[in-house]
Design a binder for this molecule. Structure first.
Ligand code: IPD
Ligand code: CA
Ligand code: CA
Ligand code: CA
Length: 276
């Protein structure tokens, strides 16, 4: 494989993202073409597609041998983790984009032979870029993010979707009740990449969700590793970056505490099941 200058790549990708973000901001004053995918709240717009096409084209031109996994279908059918793999979400938080016109992000995570190398999560309307090159520290715009320290559950803000507190087939909703009750409070923002970035930045202490795709969490997990955060599937087992998965991300200590709690609940017969 050719020797890659990751610093050059970092600058390049930041520039592409800023250009794509300009297109997204400009689009807010124009009519959007919206269609439903699997459900009435699973939307895709002309902008999801056009931003993905734009970024995929940039990546393919600059790095023709790399592979891309992306949400809207312009990527590659990727079967393994060899080489350089881009996990790309052109708009993370499409529902926010459509309904709030804020709180959505462009998310790009880059892996080499399965190891996280670079992450970019850009809050388009907040003009905040969370980014890192592995081994060189993580940043929120120009501000370096400190390593994460431990926190008790009582002093923790937990991000989790209300979906998993309502009756459903995938998880016994009481599994998290105790955690929620003991915590300082809960939050949910509707854009997984930003929620993971917020854990990395220390605004949230944990993020728990039962179903994400590689493009949702690809960048976030790299950013989190860079600041000493922990992550796994809900039951504590490792995440495979080619798979849909549950994601539990948190400060060290708190992550172990929540995994331990979930494992005890499972021993008592409560259900959690991974997405297919
Ligand atoms: C969604 C958001 C949301 C998460 C969903 C994702 P999208 O991504 O990240 O917060 O709960 O699971 O699918 O579809 O807006 O890119
Ligand atoms: Ca989507
Ligand atoms: Ca997404
Ligand atoms: Ca998306």
């Amino acid at each position: 494989m050719e020797h890659r200058d990751w610093m050059v790549l970092g600058k390049q990708v930041s520039d592409w993202i800023k250009e794509a973000a300009d297109q997204l901001r400009d689009s807010l004053s124009l009519p959007l073409e919206i269609s439903e995918k699997s459900a009435h709240n699973d939307l895709v717009t002309n902008m999801d597609r056009s931003i993905e096409r734009y970024l995929v084209e940039k990546i393919r031109t600059a790095y023709p041998d790399d592979k891309i996994i992306s949400e809207e279908g312009y990527g590659d059918g990727v079967k393994d983790k060899t080489g350089v793999l881009w996990l790309l979400d052109p708009i993370d938080g499409t529902l926010n984009f459509v309904m709030q016109k804020r709180f959505f992000a462009i998310s790009i995570g880059i892996y080499e032979n399965g190891k996280g190398k670079a992450a970019f999560i850009y809050d388009v309307m907040g003009d905040e870029l969370f980014h890192c090159l592995t081994g060189h520290g993580a940043y929120q715009n120009a501000k370096k993010l400190p390593k994460l320290t431990e926190v008790t559950i009582e002093n923790a803000l937990i991000d989790l979707s209300a979906t998993w507190l309502k009756p459903n087939r995938r998880i016994d909703e009481e599994i998290m009740t105790d955690i929620v009750r003991r915590s300082s409070g809960t939050r949910a923002y509707g854009a997984a990449s930003l929620e993971l970035a917020y854990v990395a930045a220390g605004y949230l202490d944990a993020y728990f969700t039962m179903r994400l795709s590689p493009w949702d969490y690809g960048a976030g997990l790299i950013l989190l590793s860079e600041v000493g955060g922990c992550y796994s599937r809900a039951d504590g087992t490792p995440i495979d970056i080619l798979e849909k998965t549950s994601v539990l991300a948190a400060r060290p200590g708190l992550h172990a505490y929540i995994v331990d709690h979930i494992q005890k609940q499972v021993k008592k017969g409560k259900i959690i099941s991974e997405p297919k």
